[in-house]
Design a protein around this ligand. Sequence first.
Ligand SMILES: [Zn+2]
Length: 146
Amino acid sequence: MILGRCAACKSQRKRCPSDCVFSPYFPPDNPERFASVQKIYGASKVEKMLQELPPHLRAHAADVLCFEAQCRIQDPVYGCVGIISQLHQQIQDAERQLAMTQAQLAIYNSNNIIVQQLSQIPQIEENASNFNILGQFQNGPFTQAP
Ligand SMILES: [Zn+2]
């Protein structure tokens, strides 16, 4: 067993050069990471994709390739699109629940306003009698007999 080979070179049974394109992203202690990528895309395609990218994007690309490959292995039909559509469905359900809650809240608030207005009506009448507004009309010139 040769120490220091990356998971890709170890899997392909070849020497791992010092400038190996796989080495930084497929460490030897995680052979499943490369195995999933190799199974879905093939080693040569992954190598070509990584070489075509600028070095600062390669780590992210390797992570994405690995994630997508693992999703494709778990769900051969939909892959990561299955997860995306599940999350999209959850967002739609949450938006629907939010709209229903907002509608219920609006109904509750409008009922509260009506109840508050109804509860103020006796106070208005009471206030009116306190200021003798009603009394003025009852005893005013319109009610006096000629
Ligand atoms: Zn290597």
